[in-house]
Design a protein around this ligand. Structure first.
Ligand SMILES: CC(C)(COP(=O)(O)OP(=O)(O)OC[C@H]1O[C@@H](n2cnc3c(N)ncnc32)[C@H](O)[C@@H]1OP(=O)(O)O)[C@@H](O)C(=O)NCCC(=O)NCCS
Length: 174
């Protein structure tokens, strides 16, 4: 298994993993009809843009002999309460369901943390409160909830929780 930076040629494979991951992760939270209607073809253009040279988004992909099995995207934080330069955000991390629980997520997460600019001391992410698999994964990897919650865009009955990890930096403040 290899982790590398994505290129626009990966956009189609990333879109397929994204939709497959969504369908499995959010089954039970999002109506089946909505999940079944998702089309990877609708997401290719966005991934092409995010992986293009000059994009502010870092997209890492994991691949094995059979091709691309997962991706993680990260970049500057979107939340206004986070001071620019003091935190980075993991926007998304998705694997195809057949690849879950084999350490690929951990490898993508470690590479994402390594790719955070060296002067930035923390990484944050948003996760659905009911996504126990992902929360277990993040907690196992050292993330903790920072106490910030918002109603989820999946529906008013759900909350999104913000998690955070402080990145150890040798050599102190930049
Ligand atoms: C979340 C995700 C990226 C984790 O990747 P992964 O490769 O399966 O994780 P790893 O194999 O590296 O697992 C590491 C740890 O995560 C935790 N974990 C993984 N699956 C879990 C589950 N079903 N329940 C509880 N904890 C789980 C465990 O602590 C696991 O360690 P262990 O197997 O030694 O107990 C992957 O499951 C995924 O793509 N899920 C669907 C998309 C998603 O929900 N993304 C996050 C959106 S915020």
């Amino acid at each position: 298994m290899n982790v590398r930076h994505a290129t626009p040629e990966d956009a189609e494979a990333i879109a397929k993993v994204h939709v497959a991951g969504w369908r499995t992760a959010y089954r039970g939270f999002v109506p089946d009809a909505e999940l079944d209607a998702l089309r990877w073809q609708d997401r290719v253009a966005d991934w092409r843009e995010r992986t293009a040279p000059g994009s502010t988004v870092t997209v890492l992909v994991a691949e094995d002999d059979g091709g691309l099995v997962g991706f993680a995207s990260s970049g500057p934080p979107r939340d206004e309460d986070l001071v620019a330069g003091r935190a980075w955000e993991l926007y998304a991390i998705y694997l195809g369901p057949s690849t879950w629980r084999r350490g690929v997520g951990t490898a993508l997460l470690r590479s994402t943390i390594e790719a955070v600019p060296t002067h930035v001391p923390a990484l944050v992410l948003w996760v659905l409160d009911g996504n126990a698999r992902a929360r277990g994964f993040y907690e196992r990897n050292g993330f903790v909830p920072d106490g910030t919650t918002v109603p989820s865009r999946l529906g008013p009955q759900y909350q999104d929780l913000r998690y955070r990890i402080e990145i150890p930096r040798s050599g102190g403040e930049a």
